[in-house]
Structure formats: C-alpha cells, structure tokens
Design a binder for this molecule. Structure first.
Ligand SMILES: Nc1ncnc2c1ncn2[C@@H]1O[C@H](COP(=O)(O)OP(=O)(O)OP(=O)(O)O)[C@@H](O)[C@H]1O
Length: 597
C-alpha cells in the first residue's frame, strides 16, 4: 500500500471530522460525573448534620428536609440528563462518522485502479467498509463518554477527598496504586501474547473457510485428514496461546480487578477512619464522604481496563481504513483525448506489482491491428493476464506506454476507456438480479429488443425463454442457479450489448461445459466480429487461424507470428503445441471428447 509519509495516522486522525461531537459528549459525561460526586458530597454533608442532630444548612443558608431533598433531586436530574445527552451526542457523532467514512471509502474505491480491488478481494474491502467502520462507530458511541468519565471522576473525587481529609485521600490512592501495579503485572508481555493469540484466531478462521470452501476437492482427493489436520493444528495452537496468556495474566488480572473494585477501598477507608477516630481525630463528615467518594473513584476507574483494549482494536480498524483511503487513485488526464481508431500498441512496457520486487513484464512490444485477433499464449505465470489487464488500466505500466489508436491510454479518461474496452473475465460474475438486468447493465440505454438481440447473438436467448420467468428470472447470488456455460453466455451477451470496439477475452472458454462449448464458440465469434480482439488462449486449437499469436515466457515475449510460422520456429510455441496435441490425443484415446486445456 502506498502511504503518504506526511499524513497523520491512527484513530484520532480518522475521527477528526466528529471531534466536536466527541468533545461535547466528553464534556457532558464529565459534567454528569461531577454532579454525581457533588451529590454524594452534599448527601454526606446533610447526613452529618442530621446525625449531629443539628439544623440542615449549606454555608449559612438554613434548609428544611424538603429543600434538602429537592436540591439533591435537582443535582440527580442534572447528572442523569448530562449522562443521557452525552450518549445521545456520542451516538450522533458515531452515525455521522460512519456516513462520512462509508462515503469516502466508496468514492475512493470508485477511483482506485480496478487491479487493487481484484488483488485485495471484495471480501477484504467489504470487511473494511463494514466491520472496521462499525468498530469506529461503536468506539465513538460507547466509549468516548466512558473515557471522559473514567478520567474526570477519579481526579475530581481525589481533589475533594484531599480537601476534606488528605489522610483518607492518600489511603485510597494507595489502594488504587496497588490495583494498578497488579494489573500492569498481569498485562506484562500482553502485546506479544495478544498478537500470538489474534494470529492463531485468524489462522483458525482461515482453516475453517478453507475446509468449507475446498469441500468438493477435499471429498474427491483427500479423505479430509490433511485439511482437517490443518484446522486441528490451528485449533491446538489457539488453545496453547490462550492457555499461555491465561497462565501469565489470569491470577494477577483477577487480583487487580478485585483490588480495583469498590469493596477493598471501602474496607480500607473504613478501617483507617476507625483508627484515626481512635488515635487521632476525624470528623464524621470526612468519614461519611470518604466512604461514599472512594467507591466512586474505584468504580469509575474499572472501565479503563477494557477501554485500553477497545482503543487498541479501534486503532487497528482506523489504520485499515486509512490504508484503503491512502491507496493511490487512478490519475485522470487533464486534457483527455478520444481515440478514433482502435489498434493497440505496447511500447517498451515494463510492469511490476506493488508488493513484488521482480518485474512481472519486461520489455513488451507488440501491436494489435484494428479489427484483428491476437492470442496471448504461454505457460502459467508467464504474464498473459497481466498484459490483458493493463489495457483497461487495472494497473498502470511501470515504464513504457500502451497506445490505443496512437493515444496513450493514460490520456484517455477512464470512463471513455471502459466504454471502449470490454473485458470478458474468466470468473463470470452475475448480480442477484434478473437476467434481463444482468445483460442490460452493459448499456443502460438499450431497449428490450437490443437485450434480446444480444442474447440471441450470444446463443442464450432460447435457454432464457425456456425458464419459467424468462428474462425476469433471477440469476441468483453469483448466478448460482445457472451452469458455467450459461453464465458465460450471459456475460458474453452483456459484452455484445456494450458493443465496445476492443474486446479482451480472458480464457472465456476455459470453464465451459462440453454441451455449451460449441454455442460459446459461436457466441464469441459474434462478439468479436469486426472488433480488435486480444484473447488469452489455453486451447491452442481455437487460435490456429488468428491474425497474430504472441508467446510469453517468464514475463517476456519469446516469439510472435502466425501459427505455422511459430511451429517452424520450433521454440516455445512448438513445444506448447506438441504438449497440447499430446494431451488432446490422450483425452480422445480415453474416450473423452472434451479437449484438454
Ligand atoms: N495481483 C498480483 N499481485 C502480485 N503478483 C501477481 C498478481 N497477479 C499476478 N502476479 C504475478 O505476475 C506473474 C504473471 O502472472 P499472470 O497471471 O499475468 O500470468 P498468466 O500467464 O496469465 O498465468 P495463468 O495462465 O496461470 O493465468 C506471475 O508471477 C504471478 O504470480
């Protein structure tokens, strides 16, 4: 990821837009805490006066019992309202931040290169947009009032205790310090242990997902022992890390929590007060107020324990959100140009993926003439898909240039480029919408007739019509109710409807079922008629007659030309062709009419 070094990072930077609401919530929450402390002090004051059998009064103002109750009641109401409104304000801030971040992320993701989205997977980005944004919502809504309270309440209580009787104040501080030391001891090494624990937790998640996703493969090739072993191992390591963490921190943490609970402070204050009354002096007011206030101090410090953890988690979410927002956006040209011709030229192109040191492509030079077909072939990992994805700017070239109709693709605005290039992916994607809308999305202005014509050209119209709801049939989540070949023909219909002058086919026939293969080939020939076509080919038989074959090997072009020329060269293509023939023969001998890839 590309971080910009002068940027501020972390939780506090990301929640800045709602700082006003956070400050207001913290202020109101502090006010509520101060009112509570004030209430307890005044209550102790009145109780002392009642126990002394004297007149109720504040300073020199005499009060009857009803007045005293009313004053205490008024303070309680202010405390309650402050606390309530602090949560209302913090929730308002949380919703506002959620909206700001989701909008920012959506706008940003619409501008980053598509390659980034593919590499990170929609699942990972969805997690950031949903879970991490939600985590920050919860942080602002629930913990900002708590943070203010757990800082202000102890400080304020301590000040009042110091004013009333410094000895009792010191004793309660001692208890708190003891509690803190015990907790700090429990938390020692916790960073490393927490990281280990979190890692083993995510290992388990990965193993479970892998186990579930790979079930068909597992059932076919594995009796489950190796994949289950991975799951089991991650579970064992999780248990080991958890036990290790618990062993180190469990007892001191529990002890710390007990010390920091109100009861120990209460007991210590009580005993100290008795001793002071016996051997020194202590007035009744100091005794009663210390009993009340010291419990507030201990109680309001307790949340600090879990707040720390909460802040750390929210910090991690904030960093993940910021990483996405820092991803470089696709630079749009200042003076965009419109190509009027559609030949494609790769000129001295070098390309390197962000996270990889070596070039994935080096010194790539070739031209695809307008309305001609070029096939990219080569062993797996040779760079064919990368070449194809550079054309619609899924990524930008590291060096060199790609031209369409003589114009550098960086000088064509991305909307125009997308309109000019249709990409038929290996992994066909259908939205959970009607088949009609799935095709029409390629061209919002298309009429019903246009959609049907496109489906007809893609050899899928008859099948669609045979469905109970025809074109209004839902394609299902990711097109789950259709066969691979049917899904592929629907995406081809989409591309036909788009009618872009350049077609990039990423091995569109690879996953077709045998029955639809012939129809797919027909559909593709309709799609590619009078277009500039680049296709990544694995079935060499389908490219025998193409205008040009470019052979890739380890990120470089090893040869290019027509089928017969390349066979004469007796280099990589010759070898690939021999292997292909061999595999096809083997399949035929086995009675399998489906050609090998
Ligand atoms: N998103 C990515 N991030 C990092 N490296 C990548 C990424 N995609 C591909 N690569 C690497 O770039 C090189 C070329 O990969 P590419 O997918 O272009 O090859 P290919 O010839 O299309 O292979 P295949 O036929 O198996 O699809 C490989 O070494 C691959 O590991």
């Amino acid at each position: 990821m590309n971080k910009q070094s002068n940027k501020k990072y972390g939780l506090w930077a990301i929640i800045k837009p709602v700082m006003f609401q956070i400050r207001a919530a913290m202020f109101l929450s502090s006010l509520g805490a101060i009112c509570l402390i004030f209430f307890l002090t005044l209550l102790s004051y009145f109780l002392t006066q009642i126990l002394h059998g004297g007149q109720l009064q504040i300073l020199d103002i005499k009060l009857n019992l009803l007045n005293a109750i009313l004053i205490l009641g008024a303070i309680t109401i202010v405390a309650f309202l402050s606390r309530l409104s602090s949560f209302i304000v913090s929730h308002m801030g949380a919703f506002k931040l959620e909206e700001i971040l989701r909008t920012k992320l959506a706008q940003h993701l619409a501008q980053v290169p598509l390659g980034y989205i593919i590499t990170n997977g929609s699942g990972g980005l969805k997690k950031v947009m949903q879970d991490d944004v939600k985590a920050l919502h919860t942080f602002i809504a629930d913990s900002t009032p708590m943070i203010a309270k757990s800082i202000i309440a102890p400080i304020f209580t301590l000040i009042i205790l110091l004013i009333i009787d410094y000895r009792l104040a010191l004793v309660s501080i001692l208890v708190l310090v003891l509690g803190w030391i015990t907790m700090a001891y429990a938390m020692r090494d916790s960073k490393v242990l927490r990281q280990k624990y979190e890692k083993s937790q995510s290992d388990i998640n990965r193993a479970v997902i892998e186990f579930a996703q790979a079930m068909p493969v597992v059932r076919t090739f594995d009796d489950g022992s190796s994949s289950f072993k991975r799951y089991n191992n991650s579970l064992l390591s999780y248990k080991k890390n958890l036990n290790e963490w618990m062993a180190i921190s469990s007892f001191p943490a529990k002890l710390g929590m007990i010390i920091l609970s109100p009861l120990p402070t209460l007991i210590v204050i009580f005993i100290t007060s008795i001793l002071l009354m016996e051997y020194s002096s202590l007035d009744l007011f100091a005794f009663i107020s210390a009993l009340f206030l010291s419990t507030v101090m201990a109680e309001s410090m307790m949340p600090i324990m879990w707040l720390q953890n909460f802040i750390k988690k929210s910090q991690a979410s904030a960093l993940r959100i910021q990483e996405v927002l820092d991803e470089k956006i696709l630079q749009e040209p200042k003076n965009p140009k419109q190509p009027s011709e559609f030949n494609i030229e790769f000129k001295n192109v070098y390309f390197k993926y962000d996270n990889i040191n070596d070039y994935a492509l080096e010194d790539i030079n070739f031209e695809v003439k307008q309305n001609s077909v070029t096939a990219l072939v080569g062993p797996s990992g040779a760079g064919k898909s990368t070449v194809a994805k550079l054309i619609p700017r899924f990524w930008d070239v590291t060096k060199g240039e790609i031209l369409i109709g003589g114009i550098n693709i960086k000088d064509i605005d991305s909307k125009t480029l997308m309109d000019k290039v249709s990409f038929v992916f290996q992994d066909t994607f259908l939205f959970a919408d009607t088949i009609f809308n799935n095709i029409k999305m390629a061209n919002p202005n298309a009429t019903k007739k246009d959609v049907i014509n496109a489906a007809r050209a893609a050899q899928i119209d008859e099948f669609i019509k045979s469905l109970p709801n025809g074109y209004d049939t839902k394609a299902g989540d990711r097109g789950a109710n259709l066969s691979g070949g049917q899904k592929q023909r629907i995406t081809i219909a989409r591309a036909i409807l788009r009618d872009a002058p350049i077609i990039v086919l990423d091995e569109a026939t690879a996953f077709a079922d045998p029955e639809s293969e012939e129809e797919i080939i027909k559909a593709l020939s309709n799609l590619t008629k009078n277009k500039t076509v680049i296709m990544i080919a694995h079935r060499l038989s389908t490219i025998k007659n193409v205008d040009q074959i470019v052979v890739f090997d380890r990120g470089k072009i090893s040869e290019k030309g027509k089928h017969n020329q390349l066979l004469e060269n007796k280099k990589i293509y010759f070898q690939l062709w021999e292997n292909y023939k061999e595999a096809t023969k083997w399949n035929l001998e086995k009675g399998d009419c489906n050609e090998s890839r």
